[in-house]
Structure formats: structure tokens, C-alpha cells
Design a protein around this ligand. Structure first.
Ligand SMILES: Cc1cc2nc3c(=O)[nH]c(=O)nc-3n(C[C@H](O)[C@H](O)[C@H](O)COP(=O)(O)OP(=O)(O)OC[C@H]3O[C@@H](n4cnc5c(N)ncnc54)[C@H](O)[C@@H]3O)c2cc1C
Length: 499
């Protein structure tokens, strides 16, 4: 049967997985459509791209209207604002926060760029996967994001070296190895906020130290994939449709290889629409990608779907500093990693609260806020969690008590508090912004949902390029691993279109 196909590739989602796939595939001349349920954000780089329909970041008073897209508590889901930034889901053993925007979670991310903790992360995942073929993309991603290593000389008003100066008899110290930051800093603190325009007219402002955090970066100091990868994809001919929420991926019969119909709701018009393509790249973020695979009737069975899910050991604490410590309200979002004797293979970072400064309810609390920092712990968990579906609803089965990484992080937080004279206050149930797995790569369909090329077992032409594909917890911020995987998958999709 001959069916007219609208696109070569439909990409679902526009975070690292989707934006990179769209960039690489459109760069090779393929006709690409990106469907993203969130809106473009009103930032300096996006304005300079000429995008007209933009939604506000949840900054200042907009926090009340634009912070949340939806909240789920157990079985109950409350939709709030289709242009809201965060989707927060609370399950029995775990809270999960993800973001919804053109640019995916990079609108909200901390811009930390690190390799997985295990140098052999991609090894032995599938007999035909050459780990080096994925790892080769790390350097390109770091260059694309212009990520710079954090050092004592980085021109920022306060860093981990200021908060934990050398000397004294402390066991908690600034870590020897610091992550890279995908942030644009001016040459000196006095020049903070200076802007420049690249050869394609995209304008960015350097970090102003009073925002650029988890509520978004209005001036574009924080690298996000909307202007880093999607701008180029669009110049290459890719079409990006914001506010389009995919509900199903349905195989369709054509006589020359696999093809799919993608069903979605245009959230602007409220109408249901469809489009067809030879290949589909799924990159809707860990929980949403697994949900779409489970809900799409007509796909071949995926026995391992939902298995091998984890939270990357994410644990959050609040650290209070002395009155005379440098203020955390004039700072970049992340100020550095620390080492503590208890941490083992976990990583411990310190983030500022400068991005909370302009929230109306907190304006009277500046003095208290200036002395407070977030302590962020993460490390490899086992992947014994499970994403499931009951009566059409998403369920997550995750038992933090079985994951030893959390006790190592709690021990480190306790040590930091003791040595600096203030208890680190901890959120009891883990809140992860780094969910991984559920549609992971595996050597066969019983142990994985996708093969070494990212293609879903039994569903030719359907690929997974996001956090759900990860085979294990990176134990570090996962974006670099996801971005490298997306490069690998996009290369495989392109090859599959050649034959
Ligand atoms: C607050 C925060 C801070 C973070 N900080 C860091 C950090 O410093 N370093 C790091 O490495 N990682 C960080 N992360 C995690 C990192 O950003 C993510 O792991 C990464 O961006 C995931 O990429 P992805 O492609 O898997 O999906 P996402 O970036 O989650 O993108 C998925 C996109 O798909 C869209 N979507 C979902 N369902 C549908 C649907 N049905 N139809 C259409 N579109 C859909 C979503 O709206 C979203 O925009 C952070 C995350 C958050 C939330």
C-alpha cells in the first residue's frame, strides 16, 4: 500500500535527546518535524531567533502562574497551566520533577556538564555497541555548549572556595575535580550582563548572578538546547511545533519499509491532529517516553518496558552559612562540588538560591536567603525501580531504602553541617530531577527495550534518544550521557534512511 508520508523523521520532545536528533538529521538533509508539548520561552536568545509566540518564564510574580504545568500525587493528576514550566509527580517512594518547554529540561537545568561516574558506563550494554562510538560525542557536546571548567579563577562573586576556604581542620573541602558549567560568564565580574550576538544573529547575555537558575535564564547565560541545537535545526529546514502533545505512535502499513502515524493534540487550537513519517525518534523525557510507548496501541510487545528505572541517587538538602560568609544571592546557580569522607562514589554539589531572590513572597527574606544554599547529592542507584501502568495511570515503584547511595549522601550532609556549625536540613523522600531508564538499551528484548542503535525491539523505525534509554545511573548529572546517546542514535537513524 502506498501512503503519503509527511516527514522523513518525527521527533517527539525537544530536550537534549530531541534537539540533537533534529539538528543532526536535518543537517543531513532529512525532512524533520519536532513535536513539543511545551511553549517557546521568552528569553533574549529566543527573541533574537525571531520566535513570536513565547511564554513567560516563571520569574518574579509569574511564579504563581507559570511555575507548574501539572502536579500528580499518587493517582490524582491536577493540570494547572499548559505553559507552566515544571511537571511535578509524587509517587510512593519518590518525587520526580521534569520540565516542559521547547528546550526540555535545559530551560530549568543547573548547566552542570559531567561524564558518568563509571568510565566504563557504555561498555557491555549490547554485544554490538561499541562504547567508544558513544563516548566520542562527549567532546563535541562540551564544545557545542561552550561548557567551561569551574576553577578558583572563574569570575563569579562567590564560589565553593570562598564558602569553604582552605585551611582549618575540616574534612569537607572544595573538590579537587570540579564539573564543567554550560554558562556564559563575562571576563570579569564588573562586566556581568554584557551581551553579544553570534554569526546567526542569536544574542546572549553573560550571567548576571541574580537569576539564570532553575526558573530559567532570561538573558540566555545558561546554555539551553532551544538556541544551541534547535536554532540550527530550523535553519536547516526542520519544523518545530510547540504546544503539541503527542498521545500515540501507531505503526502504519506502507510497502517500502516501516512508517508511523503520530497522533497529537494541538494545545493552541484544542484540535487532534496526525502526521506520518518513516522514522520516529522518541525523546519526551524518561517518564513521558515510557508512558507513550505503553499507551501506544498497535506497537509490538516490549516485555522489558518500565524495568531498570532509577533516580540517580538525587538528594536535596539546605545548608545555612555564618552571617559573615559571602552572600548566596549574588551568585551563579551552581558554585562548586565538595568532597566529604563519607561520600564514597557519590557527588556533592552546592547550588545558590539567587534565582529565588525576585519571588514576591521571598523578597522580605533576603537576609535569611543570602545565607542559605542547596546541597545536592547524587550517585549511582541500582536501577531496580520500575515504571508501570495501572488502569491507564502511570505508577512508579522505587524503594530508596534499598539504595545504599542515599545513606552515604546523608552521612556527608551530616558531616558538612557538623563541621560548619549548622545542621543540613534534608528533604526526607528523594526528589529527583534526573530520572533514568525504563526503555533502556539491552542485549535482547527481555533485558532491554532498545538495541545498540536505539531502535525499539520489534518496532522497526522507532528509536529512543532520551534519558529513558540510559542503561544505568550515571551517578553524575546525566545530560552529557544523554546528549552523547542522542548523537549516536541520530547517526543510526540517518543510516537506516539511506538503505
Ligand atoms: C531543575 C533541573 C535541573 C537539572 N540540572 C541538570 C544539570 O545541571 N546537569 C545535567 O546533566 N542534568 C540536569 N538536569 C537533568 C537534565 O536536564 C535532563 O536529564 C535532560 O535534559 C533530559 O533530556 P531528555 O531529552 O531526556 O528530556 P527532557 O529534557 O525532559 O525533554 C523532554 C521534552 O519532551 C516534552 N514532552 C513530554 N511528553 C511529551 C508529549 N507527549 N508530546 C510532546 N512533547 C512531550 C517535554 O515537554 C520536554 O520538553 C536537570 C533537570 C532539571 C529538571
Amino acid at each position: 500500500m502506498s501512503t503519503a508520508l509527511d516527514f522523513d523523521v518525527i521527533v517527539i520532545g525537544s530536550g537534549f535527546g530531541g534537539a540533537i536528533s533534529a539538528d543532526l538529521l536535518s543537517g543531513q538533509g532529512h525532512k524533520v518535524l519536532v513535536l513539543e508539548r511545551g511553549p517557546w520561552r521568552d528569553t533574549l536568545p529566543v527573541r533574537s531567533m525571531g520566535i513570536e509566540d513565547r511564554a513567560a518564564l516563571p520569574l518574579g510574580g509569574r511564579v504563581f502562574t507559570h511555575a507548574l504545568r501539572s502536579v500528580r500525587i499518587g493517582r490524582f493528576r491536577l493540570p494547572l497551566n499548559r505553559k507552566g514550566l515544571f511537571e511535578v509527580q509524587s509517587f510512593k517512594g519518590l518525587h520526580v520533577a521534569s520540565a516542559s518547554s521547547v528546550g526540555g529540561a535545559t530551560i530549568a537545568w543547573g548547566a552542570l556538564v559531567e561524564r558518568p561516574e563509571d568510565p566504563a558506563f557504555w561498555q557491555d550494554r549490547h554485544p554490538d555497541l561499541d562504547a567508544a562510538a558513544v563516548e566520542q560525542h562527549y567532546a563535541k557536546v562540551i564544545a557545542d555548549l561552550e561548557a567551561v571548567e569551574l576553577t578558583p579563577d572563574t569570575p563569579i562573586p562567590t564560589s565553593i572556595w570562598d564558602q569553604l576556604p582552605a585551611g582549618g581542620n575540616r574534612a569537607c573541602v572544595a573538590a579537587q575535580e570540579q564539573p564543567r558549567l554550560a554558562m556564559k560568564f563575562a571576563a570579569s565580574i564588573d562586566q556581568a550582563g554584557a551581551s553579544d550576538t553570534d554569526a546567526h544573529g542569536i544574542e546572549r547575555q553573560s550571567c548576571t548572578f541574580d537569576g539564570d537558575g532553575f526558573l530559567g535564564s532570561a538573558g540566555g547565560a545558561k546554555a539551553s538546547v532551544d538556541f544551541i541545537y534547535l536554532a540550527r535545526a530550523m535553519r536547516q529546514g526542520a519544523k518545530v511545533q510547540a504546544l503539541c502533545e503527542v498521545s500515540a505512535i501507531v505503526p502504519i502499513p506502507v510497502d517500502d519499509g516501516p512508517a508511523y502515524e503520530v497522533r497529537f493534540k494541538n494545545l493552541r487550537t484544542g484540535k487532534n491532529e496526525t502526521c506520518k513519517a518513516r522514522r520516529v525518534v522518541l525523546a519526551a523525557g524518561t517518564l513521558n517516553s515510557v508512558q507513550l510507548l505503553a499507551r501506544s496501541g498497535g506497537l509490538a510487545a516490549m516485555p522489558a518496558l518500565g524495568q531498570g528505572f532509577g533516580a540517580n541517587g538525587d538528594l536535596l538538602g539546605l545548608w545555612t552559612r555564618d552571617e559573615d560568609a559571602p552572600s548566596g544571592l549574588v551568585a551563579p546557580p551552581f558554585i562548586g562540588n565538595i568532597n566529604a569522607p563519607e561520600q564514597g562514589d557519590a557527588a556533592l554539589g552546592i547550588a545558590s538560591l539567587a534565582w529565588l531572590k525576585d519571588l514576591p513572597v521571598l523578597r522580605h527574606l533576603h537576609k535569611a536567603l543570602s545565607r542559605r544554599f542547596l546541597v545536592v547529592g547524587m550517585g549511582a542507584d541500582s536501577g531496580s525501580g520500575r515504571i508501570g501502568f495501572k488502569n491507564g495511570r502511570l505508577t512508579v515503584d522505587y524503594d530508596a531504602a534499598r539504595e545504599s547511595v542515599y545513606s552515604r549522601i546523608r552521612g556527608s550532609f551530616a558531616r558538612l553541617g557538623k563541621e560548619t556549625g549548622s545542621k543540613v536540613w534534608l528533604i526526607g523522600k528523594p526528589l529527583t530531577v534526573h530520572p533514568w531508564g525504563g526503555a533502556r538499551i539491552g542485549p535482547d528484548p527481555r533485558q532491554g527495550v532498545i538495541d545498540h542503535r536505539g531502535e525499539v525491539y520489534g518496532n522497526q523505525g522507532l528509536f529512543v534518544a532520551d534519558g529513558s534509554a540510559l542503561p544505568a545511573a550515571p551517578g553524575r548529572p546525566p545530560a552529557l550521557a544523554i546528549a552523547a546517546w542522542a548523537h549516536h542514535v541520530a547517526g543510526q537513524v540517518a543510516r537506516s534512511l539511506e538503505v
